[in-house]
Structure formats: C-alpha cells, structure tokens
Design a protein around this ligand. Structure first.
Ligand SMILES: [Zn+2]
Length: 713
C-alpha cells in the first residue's frame, strides 16, 4: 500500500534547536545533522529570523545575528538536512524588535497606558495588530521559504503582552477596539466590567486574525510548507490569557496542532492534559508538543531524567509526537548528563513508531474544559474558581486509571459526544445554549453526566442566566448557596450507594468551600448530606478540640444522582474536585471516580491494578488496542520550594490489566512493546487479562485483535 501522506502527516520526532545569538560559530551543518539523527529524529527546527536573522536577509532593518560573520546558516543547514532525509522548520519570533526601528516605524510597537514603548533587553515589544506583525513578518517568512526551501515555519511568542509587558494601548489597538466594540480599552483588568471581558475576547480574536494571515502567506510562498504557532493551555494562564492564545480558534490555520509544554512550575501531568485536548480538537490531524531538555529558567541545566521521561511519555501515550527542545547546546558551559537518556528515549520512540501511527483515543469518558468559564467566571481568581476543579478531576481519573479525553466545550455536539459513555462538566459555569442542549440530549439518549457546583449558571460572556442551564438534567431547583464551609463534612447516608463503593468504615468524608442548596426532584437519590462546619468560631485557623463536636446534621444534599431520560446523572452540589486537588483526600477521588463509573452504566471497562502514580491511556488502531502505562516520579524532597521535582522513578511489578473485548472480537496476541515478547493472556467472559511483569518508565501493552466475519458484515 502506498502512503500518500506528506511527511508531517506521518509520525515524527522533532528536535527544537534553539540558538542564542553567537552560537553560529560552533555550528557545522554536518555535525548538526548527525546529532539530530542520533536522537532518532525525523526533523528539526532551527532559528530563522524575527528578533535577529540567522541568515543573510535582504530585508532592511532585519538585524543580522552578530555571530554570523558573513555566513548564512540556513543556506548551510537546510540542504545538508534535506540530503540526510531530515525536514527543517525555521523559527521566527515577532514579539520584539530593535528599539532603533521605532524612529522610522513608531506604529510597529506596543505602548503602555501612558503611551510609552515597552522595553526588553534593548528591544521594544511589538504590537500584534501592527504592520510589524502583519507585513514585516510575512516578508521574513517569504524570504526564508523561497530562498532557502525550509519545510515550514514555527512561530514563537506571537501575542499581546509578550515578555510580561501589559496590554497594548497603541493608537491602532485603540481604534480597532473602538471599531469592534464601540468602547475604549479599559485602563485596567476588571473582570466585573463587561467591557474588560469583551476586550479579553477581542485579544483572542486579534491573535487568531494574525495566525490566519501568516498561514495564508506561508502557503502562498510555498504550497507544501507548514505553519505552527506557539500556544499553551491552562497551566500557564498568567501568560496565555493576556497574550490572547486560544488554540480552538486556530484549528483551520494550523497544519499540525502543537502545544508548547516547557515550563515546570506546573502540574506534572500538564503534557497529558494538553495532549488529550489536542487529540479531541483534531482527532484526524497530526499533533505535536514541545518538551524542554533544560530546566526553565536554567536553560543550560538539564531537567532531571526522572521528570523528562514521563513528561515525553505522556505525550506519545495520548497520540502526540514530541519536539525535544535544546537551548544552549553550543554553550561552553552546559549540562550534558541528560543527553544520553534523551537519545535513548527518542530512539525507543522511533522503534515504537508503528504503535503511534494513526492511533486515536479509545477512552469512553470525556472531561469538558471551558476557556470561557476560565475567563468569564474564573475572572481574577481563575484557579480557585475553575482551573483547580479541572485539575482535581484530572488527578481523580488518572489515579483511578480510568482512560479519558479532555474536550473543549466549543466542540461539544451530538456527533462528538457519540463515542462517550460519560461526560464530566465540572463547574462548567459558562455554557452556550447549543452546548447545554447537546449535553442534555446526550444524557436523555443514554449518556452519563457528572456535574458540579455552578454548572450552567451563566452564558459564555459570564452574564448570569435568568434560568440556569441543566436545571432538569441535574435533578433539582437551586434555592440558595452556602459559603465558607471550612471544616464541614459530607455525611454518608447509605454506604451501599454506588457513589461510595469501597469507602469502608466511615460515617463521613471531608467538605469545604461553597455549596449550592438544591430542592431535589422526586426520584433522585441523595447519598451524601451536609454536616455544617464543626469549628469553634469562624475565621479560626484551627478548631478547639473540646468544641469540635458535630452539633447538627442536615438533609441538605451534597450529592444527587438519578436518571435523565435513558441516561444517568450525578450532581455534586459542592466542590469535591477542588478539595481533592488541594488536599488529596483519597476518598474524594474515590467518590469522583465512582460517579463516573456509575453514570457510564453497566458493562466492563478497562481495569488496571497499579499504584495511583501510574498513568494509563487506551488507544486504538485498526485491529489493535494499546494500553500505555506511564510511571510518574514519586518521593518529594522535604524542603519547600518553587515546585517539588519528582526524584525517583520506582519500577512497578506485576501490573494486572483487564481489557474487555468488543462483540465478535478475538484476541490474536498480547505483547509488550519494550521487548516485543508475547504476554500470556487469559480470556474469560469477553475480558482479556494479562500481567505486566515490570514497568520502568513507559510501556505499551499491545493487543492484536481480529473480528469475526459475521460481525464485520
Ligand atoms: Zn497595539
């Protein structure tokens, strides 16, 4: 069978070789190509232009890198790479330019509220609405693509407020925002102000407009070149939100959907959530993600191997290919200790390439993420009000080894939801009418829904709805709200309830935060009720032991479950996922996972007996299912700090796995990708059971399947 796909539609492993000005002196094209090849990479990305040119540009004012000394890096490197079968992307950066250019083109640059330029390292930050972005950057990419034949362009930092400067108040931005909204750009961030929320949305739209323009220019210049712009999700909110980055709007203008994933002051599973999000955004498109060799901000210092291995593994386990980012490799002083392990990881991924080609998620559970809720409900406290809810769910599902997707609310519709058995709408406060209807219809037709707290109270702009969405779905009428429930509990009404499976000998579990009071519809079951705060006086940092007695129980529901049409629904009136994220109470994770299992309905699902720090994904290829096991580092240092680095990858022995087969499906063979050795398998009642003898960092359990002819017909 011939493969008609372009190179970038096939599996890839990319090296991002990020140069510092002056590195050129140490570069020889043949050595660079050999080095890239030693990582088992298929392509690499190297600096082109923007802030400085690493080639002999003919564009006036496009400053040549001082390290070039008459050489032309792109002219040396690209032909050598192509001769060796490697593809090359050129990196550009539109975010700032030499301050001297402001004399001829003051309109290229961002202004603060007082009209001043925003200076960073002798450069001024440029405006994404200005001609520097919209005319100068197209000139640069045309030059790179037509004169040097680069295979694509990767853009860094195309955004507002680059390098942590503030909003742009240049004349162009002011008049464009007035044209689009009828208002002036607000003087300061104020999420209670509808004009500020409008301005926030406008930033996303303006950056999308630029991404669209660059995509068109690049394809005009070189039809088969690809365009990728840097963007991230969730865990880097303080830069992506003021920057105006929402990848959902870029899908038509990105050839390979790609997230950056470099900073480490974030959740250790950040690669996983980003990879899941990309996979649901574009299931039929290639997807890439960066991973840094170094430890930001110490770019010359290697990230611990114990962190980088699972960091990269999570990407491939969720259907995404890695760009390994090296910066400073040409420095005299450099930490080389991570190079050999990363070569080994990348070469193993090259061997495993057949297991990644065209693999898609086979998860039956989806966690909905809403950028509008993050912004227009989360406002000035986006973590406490929304993102920590999503984080809590991510951890609960991961620890329970329930394979799941993360899906944007913007793409939720009947067709997308069809493959899922359960949908989690964690505190999905801002929701459109269309999305709310699709979710209700999904449940009515037999789908499971787990919701919590303020789900459905606002429209996308953050304006409160006169009638909350989901009222019928959640099974009750909101009658009030209780805040400040520190040191309260949820009382277990029935330990035999499916939400409490495995809870053991306890009458209560912890509760905190806020709770929606609900008048419950007939036919719904309330397995958990509120025990009000057990505390001597509010505001105390610790409760008085002698006075910490439960004075009252209530019939106020904490969790409600029941049927909606043919589907099952659980509504948590409180914020258990937030509490789980903050404190890690295992029972809260257990209840959340139980809720997902119950709404998913009867029938076997993948079960994995492994410690909570083993991440599990389920992928599918024609005739094959693949269970990825990713071992997370454990053992935190006891010193406090910026973020605790995971220090130890502890091998796990004898992981038992039970995979239900579809009707008519028969197991041909189970084996381990690491050894390609067959695994003894037992099939009973339509379920395959295998035991993985040992997990080091990353393993794929491969199930080769065949479907009987009657089933195919
Ligand atoms: Zn501007």
């Amino acid at each position: 069978m011939t493969d008609n796909r372009t190179w970038w539609e096939r599996p890839n492993r990319v090296l991002l070789v990020n140069l510092r000005e002056g590195d050129e002196r140490a570069i020889r094209a043949d050595e660079l190509v050999r080095d890239v090849k030693s990582f088992g990479a298929t392509a690499f990305c190297i600096n082109g232009g923007g802030i400085v040119a690493f080639y002999q540009t003919r564009i006036p004012g496009h400053r040549l890198s001082t390290g070039l000394g008459g050489r032309d890096l792109l002219a040396e490197v690209i032909p050598a790479a192509h001769a060796a079968g490697l593809h090359v992307l050129a990196r550009i950066d539109p975010s700032c330019a030499p301050s001297a250019l402001a004399e001829g083109h003051p309109e290229w640059f961002t202004r603060d509220a007082q009209g001043r330029f925003c200076e960073v390292s002798g450069h001024y930050v440029t405006c994404p609405n200005g001609a520097y972005y919209h005319e100068r950057m197209p000139d640069i990419v045309r030059e790179i693509l037509t004169r040097y034949g680069a295979d694509g362009i990767w853009n860094n930092q195309g955004k507002f407020a680059a390098w942590d400067t503030g909003p742009c108040y240049c004349d162009n931005c002011r008049s464009l925002f007035r044209r689009d909204s009828g208002s002036d750009i607000p003087p300061a961030e104020n999420w209670d102000d509808p004009v500020w929320r409008r301005y926030n949305e406008w930033r996303y739209a303006r950056i999308t407009d630029w991404v669209k323009r660059m995509h068109a220019v690049i394809h005009e210049a070189k039809r088969d070149a690809i365009f990728i712009a840097a963007v991230q999700l969730m865990e880097s909110l303080e830069t992506i939100r003021p920057g105006g980055w929402d990848i959902d709007y870029w899908v038509p203008y990105q050839d390979v959907l790609t997230f950056e994933c470099q900073r480490r002051n974030s959740a250790p599973w950040w690669p996983g959530i980003q990879a899941k999000y990309l996979a649901s955004l574009a299931p039929d498109r290639p997807r890439w993600m960066t991973a840094s060799y170094f430890y930001p901000w110490w770019r010359l210092y290697a990230s611990p191997e114990t962190e980088n291995r699972p960091w990269i593994a999570q990407q491939f386990a969720n259907g995404v290919n890695t760009w390994l980012h090296l910066n400073g490799g040409y420095s005299d002083l450099f930490d080389r200790r991570g190079l050999a392990p990363m070569r080994e990881v990348m070469q193993r991924l090259a061997r495993w390439e057949p297991y990644f080609d065209g693999a898609v998620s086979d998860a039956r559970v989806a966690l909905v993420f809403s950028r509008h809720t993050q912004d227009n409900y989360g406002g000035g406290k986006p973590h406490a009000r929304y993102l920590d809810f999503i984080r809590g769910w991510y951890c609960a599902l991961m620890e329970a080894h329930i394979p799941f997707d993360v899906i944007s609310d913007k793409i939720v519709d009947a067709q997308r939801l069809r493959r899922y058995g359960a949908l989690v709408i964690s505190n999905l406060a801002c929701v459109s009418d269309e999305t709310a209807s699709a979710i209700e219809a999904f449940a009515a037709a037999g789908g499971g829904v787990v919701a919590s707290y303020d789900a459905g109270i606002a429209d996308l702009s953050g304006a409160e709805r006169p009638q909350p969405a989901f009222a019928r779905l959640l099974g009750g009428r909101r009658t009030g709200r209780r805040d400040g429930l520190k040191s309260s509990y949820a009382k277990i009404e029935d330990a035999g309830d499916p939400l409490l499976t495995g809870i053991g000998d306890t009458d209560l579990i912890p509760n905190e935060g806020n709770l929606v009071e609900l008048a419950v519809d007939a036919g719904r079951i309330v397995p958990l009720t509120l025990i009000p705060p057990v505390i001597a006086h509010s505001g105390a940092t610790i409760s008085i032991p002698e006075l910490s007695a439960v004075r009252e129980t209530t019939s106020i529901p904490v969790a409600v479950r029941g049927q909606h049409g043919a589907g099952r629904v659980v509504y948590f009136c409180n914020q258990p996922e937030l509490l789980f994220h903050r404190y890690g109470f295992p029972d809260l994770g257990r209840v959340l996972a139980n809720a997902v299992r119950w709404v998913g309905g009867p029938g076997a699902t993948l079960e994995v007996d492994a410690p909570d720090f083993v991440d599990v994904t389920l992928m599918r290829q024609p005739g094959r299912r693949l269970v990825h096991l990713v071992n997370f580092p454990v053992g935190k240092p006891v010193n406090s700090g910026w973020r605790q680095i995971g220090r130890n990858l502890v091998p796990v022995s004898d992981i038992r796995l039970r995979l239900p087969l579809a009707r008519g499906e028969r197991l041909k063979e189970a084996r381990l990708a690491s050894t390609e050795a067959a695994l003894p398998a037992r099939v009973s009642g339509g379920v395959v059971e295998v035991v993985v003898p040992r997990l080091e960092d990353h393993e794929i359990v491969v199930f080769e399947l065949e479907t009987s002819r009657e089933e195919q017909a």
